[in-house]
Design a protein around this ligand. Structure first.
Ligand SMILES: C[S@@+](CC[C@H](N)C(=O)[O-])C[C@H]1O[C@@H](n2cnc3c(N)ncnc32)[C@H](O)[C@@H]1O
Length: 539
């Protein structure tokens, strides 16, 4: 059966899919990606779009509702209306579970890892707090219609919806009253607020006359009003930057530069990155895609004058701010340019010192291939990598590439930095396996058995303590008990004895056996495992 746009079908929504969809798999037709539904719900869905392989639809009537369903607080979060929020019809805890499911799914599909994931609420959004999940968005871009109305776009459409008030916008943005004006001749109007200082800026893009013209610049109640002209911003009034507050200090951030939009996100991410990298005096750290220097700025004081922090950022204005924000620590410097070009061995214009610690916070497209190659080369010296990501799919893809190159996923924290939407922010902690463990000859002597069924492969090592000692925080399993004399210790003793809650944790005990299963893609290069001849009958 094929579908046509506008057709209404009765379907049961299945698992969640990246992007704010649930997947329905009717017996008699192609897969349908349904918006405004929740897993398990039976809905009437209107087909919005058909391709050769799938259809997209939106649930227009709920025939059997999920217990997680709530009334969306915004009247525009409905089929055919605003495309900004994907999950307003789920309660906040369910939204976080859906995001966790997507991250798990992507890691399984693209990196071959089974990982427990919890999405943590940021301050102000814990369940039960008043207005949890609303009023957090500190940057909103309103598109402007032909008639001058500033609104938000419908889902997968250029249509601009007159929303009046956006409920996820920070109240300080709503107070500017931008949607109550007419913006003739303007393409978009963007508002941002720095919640620490209370400063606000408005950026107008497209044709406009300077103050006194059609746009009454003096009547806009923001500290700064700027005009976007090409890649740059021209102040019409006030300063071109805001003072943000995070990680216990102030940051100068240009109105056009990147800054996390949830007021609690910069703090949470800086904390997670620092906790994993654990910078020590004298360390050398790379902060790739450093923006205005948030991570470099929390790492620089920790490495001290004996250390070095190098930020890399392409945007000229962000580089200026980062240099300003890091001026207190002369051992922290910022290189302006494309990360990929810098790390390409033949194209490097600056000599990079061997960095023990690396953090990267790329755009949605994920890590440039050059970063993967750089991290994959042990001679570059990186042993810990904090990967900050706003896209679970590219994150999982890159983790898969790194685990095939001697890295292990040690942990993953996920933050609900965009409540009501399908977006989520992750910090993946990766550790480099000690040379020789994943690829070297020492391994084959240590492996005494390979056991398990498909998907439950286990490798059992002779000397767990020695192997484990070099792997702080690496997700390996230690089997407690089992004297190693059994024919298949991984299956009979080690694997079975291991309590589920210890899976994925690093335990280094004395004289116990070390078992990696499923995580063996992480602990060892899977290709390597496959290519070895393990003698499964040997004790
Ligand atoms: C997600 S932001 C992260 C900024 C910073 N870590 C923070 O938390 O504020 C990504 C940054 O990467 C920069 N960027 C994008 N592509 C780049 C590239 N190819 N090379 C260097 N920087 C790039 C953007 O200008 C942006 O500042």
């Amino acid at each position: 059966m094929t579908y046509r746009t506008g057709q209404v079908v009765d379907v049961t929504a299945g698992e969640v899919a990246h992007g704010g969809w649930c997947v329905a798999r009717p017996d008699d037709g192609p897969v349908i990606f349904v918006r405004h539904a929740l897993p398990g719900e039976r809905v009437l869905a209107r087909i919005t779009d058909v391709t050769t392989r799938l259809a997209r639809a939106e649930a227009i009537e709920i025939l059997a509702a999920s217990p997680d369903r709530v009334e969306p607080p915004c009247p525009h979060a409905r089929p055919g209306r605003c495309g900004g929020c994907d999950w307003q019809h789920a309660d906040l805890a369910a939204q976080r579970s859906l995001k966790a499911a997507v991250i798990r799914q992507q890691l399984r599909r693209l990196a071959g890892l089974d990982t427990e994931v919890t999405v943590e609420p940021l301050p102000g959004d814990a369940d039960g707090e008043p207005d949890a999940g609303l009023g957090w968005r500190t940057r909103v871009q309103f598109a402007v219609r032909e008639d001058g109305v500033a609104g938000l776009r419908a889902h997968r459409s250029h249509e601009v919806i007159d929303i009046g008030r956006c409920l996820i916008a920070h109240p300080a943005i709503t107070e500017l009253g931008l949607t109550g004006r007419r913006w003739e001749g303007v393409a978009s109007v963007e508002a941002l607020v720095a919640t620490g200082s209370g400063e606000r800026a408005v950026i107008i893009s497209g044709k406009t006359k300077r103050g006194g013209g059609e746009i009454p610049v003096s009547a806009i109640g923001a500290d700064s009003v700027l005009r976007r002209s090409g890649p740059g911003l021209t102040p019409l009034r006030g300063r071109p930057y805001l003072s943000q507050h995070a990680a216990g200090r102030d940051w100068r951030v240009g109105a056009g530069a990147f800054w996390q939009v949830h007021p609690g996100a910069a703090d949470a991410l800086a904390g997670a990155v620092t906790a994993w990298l654990d910078p020590q005096p004298g360390d050398v750290v790379l902060d790739l895609y450093c923006g205005t220097g948030l991570f470099a700025g929390v790492l620089a004081p920790a490495v001290g004058p004996g250390g070095t922090v190098i930020g890399v950022e392409a945007d000229q204005a962000a580089v200026r701010d980062a240099r300003h924000n890091l001026r207190e620590w002369p051992w922290a410097r910022v290189h302006r340019g494309d990360v990929a070009a810098l790390l390409r061995p033949e194209g490097a214009r600056v000599a990079l010192p061997a960095a023990r610690l690396v953090v990267a916070d790329p755009p949605r497209s994920g890590l440039a291939r050059e970063i993967v190659e750089y991290l994959g080369a042990p001679e570059n010296g990186a042993v810990r990598f904090a990967y900050v990501s706003c896209d679970p799919a590219t994150l999982a893809r890159d983790i898969g590439l790194l685990t095939a190159r001697g890295w292990a996923l040690s942990g993953l924290r996920a933050f609900d930095a965009f409540p009501m939407t399908h977006h989520v922010e992750c910090v993946a902690s990766l550790g480099r396996l000690r040379a020789g463990l994943g690829l070297g000859g020492a391994l084959s002597r240590d492996v005494v058995a390979k056991t398990g069924d498909a998907g439950q492969q286990a490798l059992v090592f002779q000397d767990a303590q020695r192997l484990g000692a070099g792997l702080p925080g690496v997700p390996v399993l230690l089997a407690e008990g089992g004297d190693g004399r059994r024919r298949h210790p991984g299956r009979e003793g080690a694997l079975g004895d291991l309590p589920a809650q210890h899976r994925g944790q690093a335990h280094v005990g004395s004289g116990v056996r070390f078992v990696a299963y499923r995580h063996s893609r992480t602990v060892l290069d899977w290709q390597y495992c496959q290519s070895q001849r393990f003698d499964t009958s040997r004790d």
